[in-house]
Design a protein around this ligand. Structure first.
Ligand code: S3P
Length: 436
């Protein structure tokens, strides 16, 4: 068991580069493995989630060197070159890995099984299993449509037209990846924009993907050509620092080389609406993804009604945004975010519980939360093994009246290895207790 103990009074100063983007890193490993030729990835996140994806491809015969300091070389097996895995493929804590892999495995000529840890084993898989089965896949889930997923190989997939009932990049990506193996055209319509890294990266690998408004389509039977992927720093990891620097008086921090894909910047839009002082410096494009350095300075925040169109664009950032809301003047209201209940934890319930322990008036609603800003007191918080909850409450410790202890922080390594030392270097008083 690993706990964080933070002391109040710090401020975040200087320049930091947070690790590589998790969503882009998963896709780089997947597409590099399925491409023809040698794909070189730099800036890769070597967090446990991405390592689960990489391990799965190694089990299926893909050779890769690294990752070492973010560099990975993948010798692609081609779309039809994967080998039968001799054991179940363990996706650890990662919903992205499991759902995207389900799309890839549905198109193989061998049987496979996807398993996960305790948290992943509770997460819904019907959202990918149903449309994949409509494409001709044969997938058996455990009770309640949860993992493990048993996927029968040797099926002939066909393209379908699918209107996604939930705005989910994982579902979209899973179907696009299955579509690589399908006869004809796979057409997906999304109810709201979601992260488009899969579409961008497929194009980077030379694959024709069409996007017309909410409609995304591709045809099967093409090829992926190896390329170089430079992964930007993860805006979801930068978020803890955006919030920390906004709430801690005297902070002035630059986050370097952060991905600012328009489908990911909900957190910047929301924090700015709350009064945050955030500037994008030196915007540029790296390997098909927009990138910038982000300067954030402490500011007086006020509560807002979070615009519905920003919810899918900030879906992973709400635990940290709730901390900003707790430190803001007035009330913040979030609705239309039921998806938060099926993340690595029920993020509405777990955040509401933690905020109450810090003395904040936080009320759950079925699809959101209502938070009244106030003075945070020190307390002990249970992260429920959710990496983003752990890091969010660690940042709350900057401004609480007493120490904040966050329990069960081991899973921070799934997305942000080295969080505590980096946060400490920037100015958060944080000690790691337990573990090795
Ligand atoms: C992700 C999509 C989102 C996000 C997750 C990563 C992706 O999930 O929460 O952390 O890489 O495609 P949903 O598709 O369930 O919204």
């Amino acid at each position: 068991m690993i706990d964080y103990v933070t002391q109040p009074g710090g401020k975040l100063i200087g320049r930091v580069r947070v690790p590589g983007d998790k969503s882009i890193s998963h896709r780089a490993v997947m597409l590099g493995s399925l491409a023809e030729g040698e794909t070189r990835v730099t800036g890769l996140l070597d967090g446990e989630d991405v390592l689960s994806t990489l391990a799965a491809f190694r089990v299926m015969g893909v050779r890769a060197e690294g990752p070492e300091q973010g560099s990975l070389v993948i010798h692609g097996a081609g779309l039809h070159g994967l080998k039968t895995p001799q054991s179940a493929l363990d996706m650890g804590n990662s919903g992205t890995a499991m759902r995207l892999m389900a799309g890839i495995l549905a198109g193989q000529n061998f049987d496979s099984e996807l398993i996960g840890d305790e948290s992943l084993s509770k997460r819904p898989m019907k959202r990918v299993a149903d449309p994949l089965c409509r494409m001709g896949a044969v997938i058996q889930a455990a009770e309640g449509d949860r993992p493990p997923l048993r996927i029968k190989g040797g099926q002939k997939l066909r393209g379908i037209e699918y209107h996604m009932p939930v705005a989910s990049a994982q579902v979209k990506s899973s179907l696009l990846l299955a579509g690589l193996y399908a006869q004809g055209e796979t057409v997906i319509t999304e109810p709201a924009p979601t992260r488009d890294h899969t579409e961008r990266m497929l194009r980077g690998f030379g694959y024709d993907v069409q996007t017309k408004g909410a409609r995304i389509s591709l045809r099967g039977d093409g090829k992926l050509k190896a390329c170089h992927i430079d992964v930007p720093a993860d805006i979801s990891s930068a978020t803890f620092f955006l919030v920390g620097a906004s709430i801690a008086p005297g902070s002035d921090l630059v986050l370097e080389h952060v991905g600012i894909n328009p489908t990911r910047i909900g957190v910047i839009n929301i924090l700015k609406l709350m009064g945050a002082n955030i500037e994008l410096l030196n915007p540029r494009e790296v390997g098909g993804e927009p990138v910038a350095d982000i300067r954030v300075r402490a500011a007086k925040l006020h509560g807002i009604r979070i615009p519905g169109d920003q919810v899918p664009l900030a879906i992973d950032e709400f635990p940290a945004i709730f901390i900003a809301a707790a430190c803001a003047e007035g009330e913040t209201v979030l609705t239309g975010a039921h998806e938060l209940r099926v993340k690595e934890s029920d993020r509405i319930a777990v955040m509401a519980q933690g905020l109450k322990h810090l003395g904040i008036d936080a009320r759950e609603t079925p699809d959101g939360i209502l938070i009244k800003g106030g003075r945070l007191q020190g307390s002990e918080i249970d992260s429920h093994g959710d990496h983003r909850i752990a890091m969010s409450f660690a940042m709350a410790g900057l401004v609480s009246a007493g120490p904040v202890t966050v329990r069960d922080c081991k899973n921070v390594d799934t997305s942000f290895p080295g969080f505590a030392p980096l946060a400490k270097r920037a100015g958060l008083s944080i000690e790691v207790q337990g573990g090795r």
